[in-house]
Design a binder for this molecule. Sequence first.
Ligand SMILES: [Zn+2]
Length: 688
Amino acid sequence: MTKAQAKERVAKLRQVIDHHRYLYHVFDRQEISEAALDSLKHELYRLEQRFPELITPDSPTQRVGGKPLEQFSKVTHAAPMLSMEDVFSPEELAAWRDRLANYLGRELGGFYAEIKMDGLAVSLVYRDGVLAGGATRGDGRVGEDVLMNLKTIEAIPLTLRVPEEKEISAFLKEFGDGIDEKVFRAAVTGHRGRIEVRGEAFMRKKVFDALNREQEKAGLPPFANPRNASAGSIRQLDSSITRARHLDFYGYALLGDFGLSTHEQAHEAMKLLGVPVNPLNRRAADLGEVEKYHREIGLKRPQLEYWTDGAVVVVNDDKLFERLGVVGKTPRGIVAYKFPAEQATTVVEDVRVQVGRTGVLTPVAVMRPVFVAGTTVMHATLHNMDEIDRLGLKIGDTVIIEKAGDVIPKVVKVLAEARTGKEKAFHMPKKCPECGAAVVRRAGEVAHVCPNKNCPAQSLGRVLHVVSRGAFDMQGLGDKIIERFLEEGLIRDAADLFTLRKEDIAKLERFGDLSATNVIDTIHARKSLPLWRFIYALGIRHIGGETAIDLADRFHDIAALRKASLEELTAVDNVGPVMAESLRGWFDDPENAAFVDKLLRHVVIERPKAKSKGPLSGQSFVLTGTLESMSRDEAADRIRELGGSVSEAVGKKTSYVVVGADPGSKFEKAKKLKVPILNEKEFLAIVK
Ligand SMILES: [Zn+2]
């Protein structure tokens, strides 16, 4: 990117960010998610880092929090309450560490890792051990005096505690390295002068849900998120309202002369003083341990009683932290390591069209790479032309993309206000990009389709589906190899794979004897397979792996399934009229029938094991999110072993939804339909 391009982009980003801040703060309207706004700020921050001359004092990156409200008296913070920079990936975290080490010309030593609480940052000032001041962060320099309200929070001590001698010696024994013991003892027992504790006032999930139910009953708008709820509860002119909201508090910084030398010591010292700190915070010797911590917290997240959107990573050595200093309003030595957000913003650089095995043309957005939900994403499906029209998407647009769990990323919104006028409209091609056949759009269907059954893209798609993991599972037969076989005329369909000869493959350029043998071995090792895999391999529209299992359980052999009437098909669990019609229509097509016959000449279908009767017989499970102790496939196998069934979609017949970390939309659906929800622990108790 040239400087001129960066300048244009920076101006646009500021405009878009300010627009959404304005909507939010003035009209209480949130049109894009927090994560999307973060993503825009992140891009702006990165550009400003690359071109520092583009930083202006009014840039959104230079701002902390909001302006203090007029109704409250103002408090000037003794030391400014600063903000943190965000990082979103291990690479960005490592780059942060390298920058700091470079700046200091030495290694950083260890870190302290904390849970980033999603609440409101506040400052508590103690004079001679008595709580005498309490303020919000405000703009970082000047906050609002909310002492009366903070005093209603039970977790905040009104007077600092004097620890017993044995606690002090235990502390010194465990954490005493580098401490000025005399100063520490005097401070921790005498509390003389000014001591400041900074921390987060927050609302527990249960309290938040109850509060929103009350808001709803009273006909008031619900709070969008716990941070708003915490902030709204503290910035109350009537303290009795704050009290009724049952807020909580964890400290994260201790200011005063305690003779300490690390951030960890400050946390431990707060405990001695009776200030609650998050018990999950801990020292991390290096970034490897930080990563481990981050992963652990990410997995625990659904079970935690409060919200968190990441970890805070601090250079543990206080002296180094100070030497690292502050840039603008962010200290160098601290960073927020966010959990993978499910939304991010990026730019659509092109739209390409893919032709699938059924001939459907799918437009795919080619995007500037962006890190979202734990992976770098460059493509997002746009589904069809209707979807592009609905989004109003043009090539060159800035968009919000979303990726939840293992779901394919999708574009959820176009930020039209970020346009420069150079964006280009996208049109579906009139001819198939793979074979040149005229594209058709059947009446009543949204999809554009290549009608040519011999279209190379369709043939390739069909064979790839047959060899895919859920079907024949021929690992090692990737798309490059299959494409080659088709191009060379070695195969015309998947059934031909079984009659391939080693010599034919070995003759191909860049294929040696060895790899030809491997390919043949792989194919022949998969000649025998369970009925459900065979059904799934046929690639019949609407028939996924779980439905294939239900069909196999009911019909036991392929001949019976091929003959089944619509009535017999709809009588199968989880099979509706659309699936039944799709099956019947597929088997009735003579070409498909010939393909099945051809496959059956080479393949052995294993006799299905009698469905085991077990403690879970008659119970249907849906799995979503990541489980800590086993993969989702393992969990599904375990359920089936015990006689239960596993379904892909949440419905009225679902007995339980098992929810792991970062669950997808199935979790929301389960809550909506009031289907019983199991966390991993509860699930394990059932399947043990
Ligand atoms: Zn085609």
